[in-house]
Design a protein around this ligand. Sequence first.
Ligand code: SF4
Length: 887
Amino acid sequence: MSAESVTTRTTCPYCGVGCGVLATRAPDGSVAVKGDPDHPANFGLLCSKGTALADTLALEDRLLYPEIAGAGADWNAALDLVATRFSETIRVHGPDAVAFYVSGQILTEDYYVANKLMKGFIGSANIDTNSRLCMASAVAAHRRAFGTDTVPAIYADLEEADLVVLMGSNFAWCHPVLFQRLLQARKARGTKIIVIDPRRTITADVADLHLALEPDSDVALYLGLLNYLEAAGLRDDAFTEAHVAGLDAALAEARGMDIDAVATLTGLALRDIEAFYTLFARHERVVSVFSQGANQSVFGTDKGNAIINCHLLTGRIGKPGASPFSITGQPNAMGGREVGGLANMLAAHMNIEDEAARSRVQQFWNAPAMAGKPGLKAVDLFRAVGEGKVKALWIMSTNPVDSLPEADLVRKALETCPFVVVSDATRDTDTNAYADVLLPALTWGEKSGTVTNSERRISRQRSFLPAPGEARADWWHMAEVARRMGFAGFDYDSPAAIFREHAALSAFENDGTRDFDIGAYANVSEAAFDRLAPFQWPQPAGTVSRETRFFADGRFYTPDGKARMIAVKLPAVSKPLSAKYPLWLNTGRIRDQWHTMTRTAKASRLMGHFGEPFCEIHPDDAAEVGIGPASLVEVESRHGVIIVRALVTERQRRGSVFVPIHWTDQLASKGRVDALVDAMTDPVSGQPGSKRTPVSIRPFVAGWYGFAVTAAKPDCAGLPYWALSIAEGGYRLELAGQEAPADWQEFAGQLFGLGSGEGEWIAYYDREAGIARLAAFVGDRLVGSLFTAPQPVALSRRFITEALPQGHAGSARYRLLAGQGGADRPDPGAILCACFQVGVNQIAAAIREGLGDVEAIGAALKAGTNCGSCRSEIRRMLDESRLEKAG
Ligand code: SF4
């Protein structure tokens, strides 16, 4: 270890913004993280997740050694077994009997090797990625409109626009740093913001106009906009005549979609639709951001094309402040697209359906068995596993047992699959439980390579920590298996070597015919790769790095060079609601968590915002079925049932509920929302419609509710409801059951991991009221405390959680059983500001004392003064307080 602190420039591993990070490792091994002021994605800003990265580096939960059938194995044995089983399966059943399921979490170099091995050497295109769940519809829309999967815009467009339309995007929580950049731009130039989202999200709070339309009615809204723009004479004749095909057919589909018709189909007020259309018409500089709310639909591709059509009609594309702009969810979804990591794409943005492209890639790779057709997309791939058609599966850095729709069927499919390999950094996930072979992978801080963000900017992820245990890079796993399968062409000795090959392929027989060209890096040296500064593609050989937009020149990548306006039809409603399932289930992300929480759940400060799975429900819908605030509810679809906390709020639209995607069986008894979601997919993109599944909701009838803190990880087996989160010094646990245990101390002792007779106990019982409060100590350390009641337990969770790492002696221990501090320690409430751990009660008190804006609250409490992710929620509290006063 260095005697001095060493700072490494790297990139955040979470969302598609792709923020630059400075990670500083001190001589004692500790790591501090801050935003890189020189990175063009974030200019020093980080959100709450990025800010907490250093808290996620502990190794306790890591997979550090290869395992075969749950037992430790050496690398040779594990790799030999993978190679043998894959080779044998291919020999007996053919190449389509094997598959890879990879992830937007892996680096471009990993992705490149996976794609090359499957499509060029195994001879199947059965490689798909969890990016299928995120933005496959945007890819399909781009390819239909532009001939290739090209994102025309750059982040600066958000700052140069006069109008930004956020379509199906909770920007404030899902792309927080871009949201901060947008708000700063608005301050400077008065940018108008429109949010199109059935939910009143935090993002919607700052909008000039929020269109809370019926779920999945966005195509109607955009057909109406196209019709309106044409009628208003806003067609860019010069642009469309020279550069656009399909205009008449697209307009014909939109004809008749006047504002009245749109109002009927969307449930929006006439004046709101008119306001949107007028604003769009009036502003030449308009950026339409579309994200998961658009993509995760059974007509997601049509939604993307309906948006793009409006930009093509008006010529507002690829110009400063004017473009459609698909924003990706994952840190390297774009890198995966570049190497062809989707089952229906080829490397370097070439089309797998194009025979010439296939033979070009085959020639470049000197590949023995090029895939001749697209492979299975994620949902179909796991169906094929369940049907026994895919017999050997390799999953990398993703958790499909939790994240794919109809997730219980995925679990069953893995149970029956003859051979499952998982490469992961985490030892215990819901997916790893089904692995025949586990391969330990590197994670953020250890791995080295490149990622591409939503504006086509390629940045380095650099290692600043040694590889722990025997963990190795994903590309190394695959190269070793490829060699053992007898394939030449995988003798890479570094990520730079893979990047050079990737860059060379992008330039191979390109000559400006393909959008993706980074030929300038085909000969990059190891040292230059190490120093590589973020750059945007394209950058052909002989050119220098510069910011690039696409398509303002009217040149598209179709055979005739023209863009296509797609004749998007008004879709039929996919499935009617029934008396049995009368609500629509919408799913999505929350501010402080990432995917299935394998990383973010390690940071206690990120667990304070929401510590358990929940369901947002409108008060009227809740009242109809007798659901009270903070009670537990069962949400049921035709695929299963989950139990989550009710969050009754008017922000949720009537008739719909929202449940976050993050919780797994590792952290809650029954919180896997994707077990409920229909596996219906968009017919073009194969992306599942994760935002619209019919469900019912009812109270979970509990006999008792509890809250506990424990120093050791509790064993929750057998409890009907539990949700676990990490806390400083241990864990916090929400729990509930039907029958109250006969002996609370015995129950609590098991929970705390204490044997009979162990620990010093204090307890308070009110048997008539059904209340029990207990705490156990070993020496002066609190090893566990349990509070139970017949209703959801009301106490200061923060006060009790903060007691975990403290010493406790004498009568002061009894204060703990009160469940809250005295007047000198008011309950701060649930954490709103993750950076400075400021709670909602503290902010509410500051507002009551007269602090009237976000800046004043920041000055008094520091809340919102670091990453800024909570500023919108503070603003919302201020607005609500003003409304209350006015009322
Ligand atoms: Fe990471 Fe947050 Fe930046 Fe996304 S916005 S890349 S999560 S720091």
